[in-house]
Design a protein. Structure first.
Lengths: 113, 116
């Protein structure tokens, strides 16, 4: 899977929007962009994924650059419960077999009350 | 509905003992994954089951590790002759299967394994 680059940490205030960036300059045409997060002492939690178009769900929005070399996870109104490590991952549409998910260091999001 | 359930939540054992970790996936999910996460590290893929197909064992670190999935549902990860470097959180995830890149994985809260 292609590599992604994320900032080590970000800080935001409660009830404000948060924009978490991810660079993936070597993305291929069949790579999906996935975001997961992991709260302390819990398993990872799926947040959102997309291919080319921007995506919205109840948790967040995913904005994908036109050239797909970067994307941004948007939390519209951060709460203290959103404090977690956020992982941006590319998954190749392999069509068979699986190598599972590979998480890098991710972005440690700190929410200030 | 019920999520992925793992047991035990914590396991402490002596070096050299065998351990079994259990995973109950979400009902109807045909794909099941085992991962481990060492302190402060990222996620390491171990093994993948999809329906009745032969499992993908490419991530297992040694022949001391094995896993099975009975009846396409519950899975057990077994570590024989445990070593201290096996200490980690072992995570299980399940998904609907199909084209891997387009299916989100749902994780349990893991088993924290400590080898003394």
């Amino acid at each position: 899977d292609a590599k992604t680059t994320q900032p080590n940490s970000m800080e935001s205030n409660e009830e404000e929007p948060v924009h978490l960036p991810c660079n993936h300059s070597t993305i291929s045409g069949t790579d999906y962009i996935h975001w997961y997060r992991q709260l302390p002492s819990q398993g990872p939690e799926y947040v959102i994924h997309g291919l080319t178009s921007n995506v919205n769900n109840r948790m967040a929005s995913l904005a994908i650059a036109e050239d797909r070399k970067s994307s941004t996870l948007i939390l519209h109104r951060a709460t203290l419960r959103d404090a977690a490590v956020y992982y941006c991952i590319l998954k190749t549409n392999s069509g068979g077999g699986a190598d599972g998910l590979t998480f890098g260091k991710g972005t440690h999001l700190i929410i200030q009350p | 509905g019920a999520g992925v359930s793992q047991s035990p939540s914590n396991k402490v054992t002596e070096k050299g003992k065998d351990v079994e970790l259990r995973c109950d996936p979400i009902s109807g999910h045909t794909a099941l994954y085992w991962y481990r996460q060492s302190l402060g590290q990222g996620l390491e893929f171990l093994i993948y089951f999809q329906g009745n197909s032969a499992p993908d064992k490419s991530g297992l670190p040694s022949d001391r590790f094995s896993a099975e999935r009975t009846g396409g549902s519950v899975s057990t990860l077994t570590i024989q002759r445990t070593q201290q470097e096996d200490s980690a959180v072992y995570l299980c995830a399940s998904s609907l299967g199909g084209r891997i890149s387009n299916q989100p994985q749902h994780f349990g809260d893991g088993t924290r394994l400590s080898i003394l």
